[in-house]
Unconditional design. Structure first.
Length: 601
């Protein structure tokens, strides 16, 4: 093993020992102490199979595995629309191996693309907790010996996994839906967005460009949080191998879903190959998720989601772990916004199978984790295909089919993974450098302080930011307004940078999982609403953001200042219903979760 990866893993194992032992005791008790169908009373069981049609007798007799399906289907979101017909197909696939399946429950699936810059974005991060709670409710009926989780996008996969981990005695597989075919080139979309920000094109042209980019069923094709989720599930061994980026509506996609259904039936607790979720997601698997994310330039949102996922399994990680792993893990993929190709291009170039094989061979991934599908993670170095209409896995290519998108470890794009911890008198935060030119890794300039995105955009349109500037957007943390993404600022800040100004963003909120070319110091903790240094800054204070030295600081004497008062909480769009989550949320480095904080996980 790479010595840094090994050292970080050992530190996490030691740090997590007590909580992890407690977690494993919990799932053992759940399996043996009554959280299963055979211990249900007759009235309980009759309710559970009353409407099961052709599967009613099999569920009643209790001889076959019953698979719980938790689905994030809705037909408003392109990524989740394909899931509409999955349950009926899964029921047929289950019968092929003598099992049964039922939809245990549905979870909400909101889209940051739809709510970006809108009031609904204030609910986005906390939707993860709602999804986890919904998953727990779905699996709480004790009707199931295994689970299939249908979800892809930003908060949905972390929420499903957090909820399912509390039922970690169940063998569980994630079933992806795949990305939409490629549309308008991402670089062209960005060009039109920036023209719109400058007032050079109108809404008609902008809407046409956006519609040509997001144009069909399937996941968006840029490498944001949704597709980072898919990479993480692969390197944690929770998918069927290399299944993430096969397009919807294809025969291969259907066969991969069939294979997942058959496989979850194979690894049940009555089999000789029992693989419970809580044993698959261990300290090494969490480290693998970090490494896979860093090696591919993935979403900064997972600096929040991974600590929360880990806590649900009794594991404790922090941003220092990310920082040290990032220094040791080379960047082997460039996918938009870190490169020109999208996830379809990445998949054709060799995809996740190539990445896993390379990282395992270099000792950067723990290949000895318990996966849902193979002997070891090293066996995930494959790609699926159809031969005479049958699903087979072939070895991933020895060399990438496009080395502008994918490279071996020996000739990586960068020696590090590009996600770094910054700290100083303004707090601790994360910065992603993989899409930022090295000459912009250090920005030292007077700041301009704002409390909303709209205030920033008004200043931009008025020409007040046409200078070297560190834009501060505070009161955007989980306790203030739910920690929305601030992707609405990307075009405006990009325009300022293209004009030659030295620009950075500093915020206690989130940036898009597709954070791009402008340096952004994000997730600042302590947040302004809790008295953090970011809440004491005044416009004109000099601020230094340096990814080289890991610095986030101001020359101002903040100790003598009182923090600015928090703006009143916004209401409408259901935001008032989430006030208890805002007031009880953990800091970002612990996962920004009210649910996990309340459970003392």
């Amino acid at each position: 093993m790479n010595p840094v990866v090994e050292a970080v893993t050992e530190r996490i194992l030691k740090r997590s020992k007590t909580r992890r032992t407690g977690y494993l005791d919990l799932i053992a008790r759940q399996r043996d102490g009554g959280t299963n169908r055979h211990n249900l009373a007759c009235g309980n069981l009759a309710h559970g199979f009353a409407a099961s049609g052709a599967d009613k007798d099999a569920i009643k007799r209790g001889k076959a595995m019953n698979i719980g399906i938790v689905t994030a289907f809705n037909d408003m979101l392109s990524a989740h629309q394909p899931y509409g017909r999955y349950p009926e197909a899964i029921k047929l696939y289950a019968r092929e191996v003598g099992a049964t399946a039922q939809v245990a429950g549905g979870v909400p699936a909101m889209c940051d693309g739809v709510t970006q810059g809108q009031a609904g974005m204030d609910l986005s991060l906390f939707s993860r907790d709602v999804i986890a709670l919904s998953t727990a409710i779905a699996l709480s009926h004790s009707m199931f010996e295994g689970a299939l989780l249908l979800g892809i996008c930003d908060k949905i996969v972390p929420g499903l996994l957090i909820g399912a981990l509390r039922f970690g005695h169940l063998p569980t597989i994630f079933v992806p839906g795949g990305p939409m075919p490629s549309g308008m080139a991402n670089t062209e979309k960005v060009r039109i967005r920036q023209l719109f920000a400058e007032g050079k094109v109108g809404q008609t042209e902008l809407l046409e460009a956006e519609s040509a980019s997001y144009h069909d069923a399937g996941t968006c094709t840029f490498y944001g949080t949704a597709n980072s989720n898919q990479i993480m599930m692969e390197v944690m061994g929770l998918h069927m191998p290399a299944s993430a980026f096969v397009n919807p509506g294809t025969r291969l996609r259907s066969e991969l879903t069939r294979a997942a259904t058959h496989r979850v039936a194979d690894i049940g607790w009555d089999s000789d190959d029992y693989r419970p979720l809580g044993r698959c997601v261990d300290e090494k698997a969490i480290v693998n998720a970090c490494v896979g994310l860093l090696a591919t330039g993935g979403s900064t949102n997972h600096a929040i989601h991974l600590p929360a996922i880990a806590r649900a399994a009794g594991i404790i990680i922090d941003w220092q772990d990310f920082d040290e792993l990032s220094a040791a893990v080379p960047l082997v993929a460039r996918i938009y916004p870190n490169g020109s190709g999208d996830v379809n291009d990445f998949h054709r170039a060799g995809g996740i199978g190539f990445v896993i094989r390379e990282l395992c061979a270099a000792g950067l991934l723990h290949s000895d984790v318990l996966t849902v599908a193979r002997r070891s993670l090293a066996d995930y170095g494959v790609e699926p295909t159809l031969v005479d209409d049958a699903l087979v896995w072939q070895p991933a290519p020895q060399l990438p089919r496009d080395d502008t998108i994918l490279r071996p470890v020996a000739t990586a794009f960068s020696p590090d993974g590009g996600m770094r911890l910054l700290k100083g008198n303004l707090g601790r935060c994360i910065i992603k450098t993989s899409a930022v030119q090295p000459d912009r890794w250090t920005i030292d300039a007077p700041c301009a302080v704002f409390s909303t995105q709209d205030d920033v955009l008004r200043a931009f349109k008025a020409g007040e930011l046409d200078r070297d500037v560190v834009v501060i957007v505070r009161f955007q943390g989980p306790n203030a307004n739910g920690m929305p993404e601030l992707h609405k600022l990307t075009p405006a800040l990009g325009v300022l940078q293209d004009k030659g100004f030295r620009v950075a963003l500093v915020t206690d909120g989130r940036m898009s999982g597709a954070s791009g070319k402008v340096p952004a110091a994000i997730h600042v903790t302590p947040e302004a609403a809790l008295g953090g240094g970011i809440g004491k800054l005044k416009t004109g204070d000099r601020v230094r953001v340096c990814a080289v030295t890991g610095t986030l600081s101001s020359q101002a004497d903040l100790s003598a200042r009182e923090p600015a008062p928090s703006p009143p909480a916004a209401d409408g769009t259901g935001r008032e219903l989430f006030s208890f989550m805002r007031s009880g949320a953990d800091e970002a480095e612990r996962g920004a979760s009210a649910m996990l904080a309340g459970a003392e996980l």
